[in-house]
Design a protein around this ligand. Structure first.
Ligand SMILES: *[C@@H]1O[C@H](CO)[C@@H](O)[C@H](O)[C@H]1NC(C)=O
Length: 268
């Protein structure tokens, strides 16, 4: 039984009373209005960089705000600074790469995403006779490296490709099996066909070229161990045989976040 039936059964009492005072529907409308306005206000307060935030207008218009000091404080963090170079040198089928990404690189990136220019590089040896690369864990590892480089090229946002690389690395023994790559691609909104095209382009020559440039970049930096983390072009920490080594500034997430923030603020 609906409300209408009841209303028609009692014609003396209108379903919607005349406009006077506070009806339940007008009260609900007022509450909804307050919630929406409150939400919009909080959203802009928490997003000083949002283009619709009135505070950011000052910065884009390039005018001195005649507003109180608190407004200037809101603008301050959005001053553009140079990004801090952070790099991880890995091999796709290496257990140390797994620990290194899971325990240090990813949690640090979650906290410093907008301050860092992140690069994922690979360790291997360029071979001269065939323009190839020799990988420690064989041809399967080379292919895994190429797939990860393709992901980095196709989806340069570290949130996407680092998530994908972490997904593969968690199950590194199965790299480069198609099922694993498809699952991880799906999980991180990566187009498997695009990835496959990149890895097989020019009979694999395109991907191999990327891998050669990457391993040459690694050896030019003097890096030989997977996983090596470099901050601002210098070795920051090495994960080797299940242990952290050569980490004079500390191997914890907090240590690296603090080091990045210090460098970032020096880049003003
Ligand atoms: C990030 O670093 C790479 C080298 O790893 C460099 O080619 C690129 O220009 C840098 N990008 C920015 C935005 O600093």
């Amino acid at each position: 039984m609906g409300m209408d039936e009841r209303a028609s059964g009692n014609p003396g009492m209108p379903l919607i009373p005349p406009r006077r005072g506070l009806t339940p529907s007008r009260f609900l409308l007022a509450v909804a209005y307050i919630i929406v306005v409150g939400f919009v206000y909080c959203f802009f307060q928490q997003n000083p960089n949002h283009p619709l935030n009135p505070h950011t207008v000052y910065k884009h218009a390039g005018q001195q705000p005649s507003a109180p000091k608190t407004v200037i404080k809101v603008v301050e963090p959005s001053v553009e600074r140079e990004l801090v170079p952070l790099e991880a040198h890995i091999m796709s089928k290496c257990p140390d790469a797994k620990d290194c990404l899971r325990d240090l690189v990813l949690p640090v990136m979650q906290r410093t995403l907008d301050k860092v220019n992140f690069t994922l590089s690979f360790i291997g040896r360029p071979t001269e006779h065939d323009d190839g690369v020799a990988c420690k864990h064989g041809a399967e590892e080379c292919l895994g490296n190429i797939i990860e480089l393709c992901a980095q090229e196709l989806y340069p946002d570290p949130k996407t490709y680092l998530g994908f690389v972490m997904c593969l690395t968690r199950d590194y023994r199965h790299i480069p099996q198609r099922g694993l790559i498809e699952d991880c691609a799906l999980e991180h909104a990566i187009d498997f066909d695009k990835l496959n095209k990149c890895a097989t382009k020019d009979d694999g020559g395109y991907g191999m070229g990327m891998l050669r440039r990457s391993v040459k970049r690694t050896s030019a930096a003097g890096v030989t161990k997977s996983c090596t983390v470099r901050l601002n072009e210098e070795i920051y920490c090495v994960r080797d045989n299940g242990q952290w080594k050569e980490c004079p500034h500390g191997s914890s997430v907090n240590d690296l976040v603090i080091a990045i923030e210090k460098l970032y603020h020096q880049n003003a």
